[in-house]
Design a protein around this ligand. Structure first.
Ligand code: SF4
Ligand code: SF4
Length: 72
């Protein structure tokens, strides 16, 4: 079975800056306008983690350490 990368957000750390959204080459990250986190921001989320190629760009650019990648 192929190893997949799971993208996980600590939503309460997110400030909704959209940096991760802008760098994702697969365009699978988005700002969830339907949610508000404990800081009062719309947090980022992932549409389909199965499409993630594990490039790590999102975790590297996030200023708040809100994204974690792990292999499954
Ligand atoms: S690891 Fe790369 S492909 Fe996966 S969500 Fe982050 S930026 Fe997108
Ligand atoms: S880069 Fe980090 S703080 Fe900015 S929207 Fe993405 S997860 Fe949130």
């Amino acid at each position: 079975m192929a190893i997949k990368t799971i993208v996980e957000f600590s939503e309460d750390r997110c400030k909704g800056c959209e940096l991760c959204v802008s760098v994702c080459p697969k365009k699978i990250l988005f700002i969830n306008e339907d949610k508000v986190n404990s800081k009062g921001y719309h947090p980022a989320g992932v549409t389909d983690t199965n499409l993630c190629i594990g490039c790590g760009s999102c975790t590297m650019i996030c200023p708040d350490g809100a994204i974690r990648l792990y292999k499954k």
